[in-house]
Write a protein that binds this ligand. Structure first.
Ligand SMILES: Nc1ncnc2c1ncn2[C@@H]1O[C@H](COP(=O)(O)OP(=O)(O)O)[C@@H](O)[C@H]1O
Ligand SMILES: [Mg+2]
Length: 188
């Protein structure tokens, strides 16, 4: 966890900012930096006991029942915490892969590795909410406009082309996003 000059203190500040912004979520935990031991080259954090998500659901005899329950619990916490970051606090963990996330013995979701933290601007959050609604109502032209609000489409792009591409991508019976609802995890 050693970093180059200034990176350690920047990462410590990121971890603190993330913890502060999400203190209202009782199921989220992030390590507190030990400032007295942290230098510009070395980051020291409190230790968090837990199991990496990258190790869940995999063993020689398949997924155990307890594991399946833990996975579902983690997914629920992860979805909620991600929505809070994207839509409420606007402070997003920049690298939330399963090696940087753990489940603690008390069932909380631990975020590690604050090398990058992204800021989500309010109009980006509003674009995301609108996009969810427009996928649900299959309004592809409005969805194309939402993508522009979120700056996912370059300025000057012909939105009619984007609308046509979205319509083609989401067409099908059932459409791809509805097929997701039929996966075992969504039915559990
Ligand atoms: N505060 C912590 N408590 C417990 N384990 C940690 C903590 N910070 C890091 N780790 C462990 O060290 C690993 C690597 O740390 P991380 O910050 O993700 O470094 P890297 O930038 O190399 O990915 C993590 O996947 C986790 O297993
Ligand atoms: Mg990491």
């Amino acid at each position: 966890m050693g970093r180059t000059v200034r990176m350690a203190t920047a990462e410590a500040a990121n971890a603190t900012a993330f913890s502060t912004a999400h203190a209202h979520l009782p199921y989220v935990v992030a390590p507190v930096p030990v400032t007295s031991l942290t230098t510009c080259r070395v980051l020291v954090l409190e230790w968090i006991d837990g199991r990496a998500l990258s190790s869940m659901g995999r063993n020689a005899v398949g997924v155990q029942e307890q594991d399946a329950r833990d996975v579902l619990h983690v997914v629920q916490m992860g979805v909620q915490a991600s929505l809070v970051q994207l839509l409420q606090t606007g402070l997003l963990h920049g690298d939330p892969h399963p090696g940087n996330l753990m489940i603690t013995p008390g069932g909380r979701l631990a975020y590690l590795d604050f090398g990058s933290l992204c800021t989500v601007l309010p109009h980006h959050s509003e674009g995301m909410v609108a996009a969810l609604a427009h996928v649900a109502t299959e309004q592809w032209g409005l969805l194309a406009a939402d993508l522009q609000v979120m700056q996912l489409v370059k300025p000057g792009t012909n939105l009619a082309d984007v609308e046509a591409a979205l319509r083609a991508e989401f067409s099908g019976d059932p459409p791809p996003y509805r097929r997701l609802q039929q996966t075992p995890l969504c039915q559990a």
